[in-house]
Design a protein around this ligand. Structure first.
Ligand code: HEM
Ligand SMILES: *[C@@H]1O[C@H](CO)[C@@H](O)[C@H](O)[C@H]1NC(C)=O
Length: 162
């Protein structure tokens, strides 16, 4: 099942950046606002679903999620990783912010490429994030479609730099 979802994500990946409509940008922002302070919960759900992602974090590799979830170190990492999305979501829907969106995404690609993180692992991360959103925000076809365009754009820029 997981493989199928990943395969669909790859197949659906866009060949270019597609601007979000004003309505889509506002749906992404309003739904993100419902979970943006659940950083620890989001990262824990991503680790639980993807042990191979957790394994790449030297501080957390091989440890039981319940034993690390409430630590300050985990909160710090969760704040950085989930906070990155808050930064991105804060910028979308405004044409003037497009250069900043590219710069942030290219920097993320560079730092993760240097760590040997694969684009397939980013695909796993994406699938888990969308799954988390679908279970924790007011979700529907329109919200799903808006996130899909936003994440396609993010992944298009990310993977173009891999
Ligand atoms: C869209 C998905 C992701 C986002 C937004 C994200 C974001 C970040 C950010 C902001 C940092 C800290 C700054 C930096 O070093 O660049 C970071 C560090 C890191 N990320 Fe990611 N990341 C993502 C996906 C992944 C994946 C899929 C993996 C592993 C398979 C990963 C592994 C790491 C590691 C190992 C670090 C360093 C942690 C440390 O300092 O010990 N990231 N990530
Ligand atoms: C769009 O972004 C620019 C540059 O960041 C900012 O000056 C402007 O106020 C923003 N416009 C809106 C409507 O948020």
């Amino acid at each position: 099942m997981k493989f199928l979802i990943l395969a669909l994500c790859v197949a659906a990946a866009s060949a270019a950046v597609v601007p979000l409509s004003a309505d889509q940008a506002s749906l992404v922002k309003s739904s993100w606002a419902q979970v943006k302070h659940s950083e620890v919960d989001i990262l824990a759900s991503i680790f639980t679903a993807n042990p191979d992602i957790q394994a790449r974090f030297p501080q957390f590799a091989g440890k039981d999620i319940d034993s690390i979830k409430d630590t300050g170190a985990f909160a710090t990492h969760a704040g950085r990783i989930v906070g990155f999305f808050s930064e991105i979501v804060g910028l979308i829907g405004n044409q003037s912010n497009v250069p900043a969106l590219y710069t942030l995404t290219e920097q993320l690609a560079a730092s993760h490429k240097a760590r040997g993180i694969s684009t397939a692992q980013f695909g796993e991360f994406r699938a888990s994030l969308v799954s988390y959103l679908s279970n924790h925000v007011s979700w529907g076809e329109n919200v799903a479609a808006a996130w899909n365009v936003a994440l396609d754009n993010f992944f298009f820029v990310l993977t173009s730099n891999y």
